[in-house]
Design a protein around this ligand. Structure first.
Ligand code: BGP
Length: 462
């Protein structure tokens, strides 16, 4: 079958509030955990970010010129409810109305993430996701978003990368890493909050589409040793499928529940939780994809976490359970993330086989040290090459039968990396600032901007 994209394919791009907006304490916004997260000395914080809050009209105009059909962004919970559960901030509400209106006037479909890592700091002080009251706060926040923006929004995403928050909490600049017991209780409470939001959305706006947005990657066993295959299978269940199995089928699988019970880290499940999980049904699956994992059997000597260099790979091991291994068939980025376009096709096939739902890619991209030349150009041919290869594999996945409805690369415009500052750039649009010198924040089109514009214009003929 010929590999091509459907006519209504959502060619998009993504951002998230704390990495992009700046204005972290302006116009009544409350602090989020990301605003106050400790930062390594050589890395920018999120306070000004790309100052999108003050540049949103210009940014949307550039997205329109790029030809985007969709734009996936997140709403900052503490901008609309500063302490997460109390008074509403009218200026925050208005900002997102203005942004959404600007997008719609530009024929760009808004795709809204309700929560992208930035829990209101006031809620964290009261125990964060370990506290069941955060579920109620989230439900109130979700209701507010549906009431305010429900008429205008077709695509909702509840929680960005819940599995990263639980499995790789160190990636979020946390002061202290909670115990596994605490993390899985937080995880369960997030599942309940997500279920409530999906049910509420369907009640209030039956036409709207809502779903989870985990980070999913296919996994390879390090060798054909059967013990490595079991380890890879465990990795997939614990790191990826748990999150979609609960979101889609409303159940913990036996394998994962046993893993939790064996370690005495199973969450407390309250009366009514399982019914809610079973009742909530997502309309589609959003997924972030950057790389694949290669995993082998645990060595049992405590070295499983550090089996492979590079920050992302270190996060793939778990002592006594599985270890992350090098994949000698794959190149990696400047920041040592594996580059695996075929792995994208494989990941899409696996999600499709397991869940049979439409899929939207909500993140995929190349973090690089882009260089602004003296004549004001950014020659990011490496990014073009990266997307060229990934788009081709996405088209092949569609030919395989995957119902892929859109592709939102990370990121529309340069923003601050979650833990590696602003020298790690992802955008099609460059923002003229350095790590600590804010310069003039001017937006400039990278070579990849013009390339992506042509891809969209031709609906993916590359
Ligand atoms: C995902 C997050 C994004 C973004 C991206 C790139 O995990 O959802 O918020 O940060 O990864 O990661 P990084 O910024 O660490 O390069």
């Amino acid at each position: 079958k010929e590999a091509k994209f459907p006519a209504d394919f959502l060619w998009g791009a993504s951002t998230s509030a704390y990495q992009f907006e700046g204005a972290y304490n302006e116009d009544g916004k409350g602090l989020s955990v990301m605003d106050i997260a400790p930062h390594p000395e050589d890395v920018a914080d999120f306070k000004v970010a790309s100052d999108h809050y003050h540049h949103y009209q210009e940014d949307v105009q550039m997205m329109k010129e790029l030809g985007l059909k969709a734009y996936r962004f997140s709403i900052s919970w503490s901008r609309v409810i500063p302490d997460g559960k109390g008074d509403i901030n009218p200026a925050g509400i208005e900002f997102y109305h203005n942004l959404i209106d600007e997008l719609k006037a530009s024929n760009i479909e808004p795709i809204v993430t309700m929560y992208h890592f930035d829990l209101p700091a006031a809620l964290q002080e009261e125990g964060g996701w370990e506290n069941r009251a955060t579920i109620d706060a989230f439900t109130k926040y979700a209701k507010l978003l549906f009431e305010e923006y429900g008429e205008k929004i077709k695509y909702w995403l509840v929680i960005n990368e819940q599995n990263v928050m639980i499995n790789h909490p160190g990636a979020l600049n946390r002061d202290e890493i909670p115990s596994k017991k605490s993390l899985y209780q937080q995880c369960h409470n997030m599942f309940v909050a997500q279920a409530k939001a999906m049910i509420l959305c369907h009640k209030m706006y039956p036409e709207a589409l809502i779903g989870p947005a985990p980070n999913i990657m296919a996994v390879y066993p390090a060798t054909c040793n059967p013990a490595d295959s079991i380890a890879a299978n465990n990795w997939a269940s614990i790191r990826c499928w748990l999150y979609l199995d609960v979101a889609v089928y409303g159940k913990y699988t036996d394998l994962v529940w046993q893993y939790l019970v064996d370690r005495e880290i199973e969450p407390e499940i309250y009366a009514g939780d399982l019914e809610l999980l079973a009742e909530a049904k997502p309309d589609y699956i959003a997924m972030n994809y950057y790389a694949t994992a290669t995993v082998g059997a645990s060595k049992g000597d405590g070295s499983d976490l550090s089996a492979r260099g590079g920050d992302q790979q270190i996060m793939l091991g778990e002592n006594g359970v599985y270890r992350a291994e090098q994949n000698s068939y794959l190149d990696s980025t400047d920041f040592v993330w594996a580059i695996d376009p075929i792995g994208l096709r494989l990941t899409l096939r696996k999600i499709n086989e397991r869940y049979h739902l439409p899929i939207l890619i909500t993140e995929n991209g190349l973090g690089a040290k882009d260089i602004l030349t003296e004549d004001g150009k950014i020659h990011d041919d490496y990014r073009i090459d990266f997307f060229n290869k990934h788009f081709k594999q996405a088209a092949l996945a569609i030919a395989d039968g995957v119902n892929l409805i859109g592709y939102c690369p990370w990121s529309a415009v340069d923003l601050i990396s979650t833990h590696q500052g602003c020298s790690k750039r992802y955008g099609f649009i460059y923002v003229n600032r350095d790590e600590f010198d804010l310069k003039d924040m001017r937006r400039m089109k990278k070579d990849s901007f013009y390339w992506y514009q042509k891809v969209i214009e031709s609906n993916g003929k590359i």
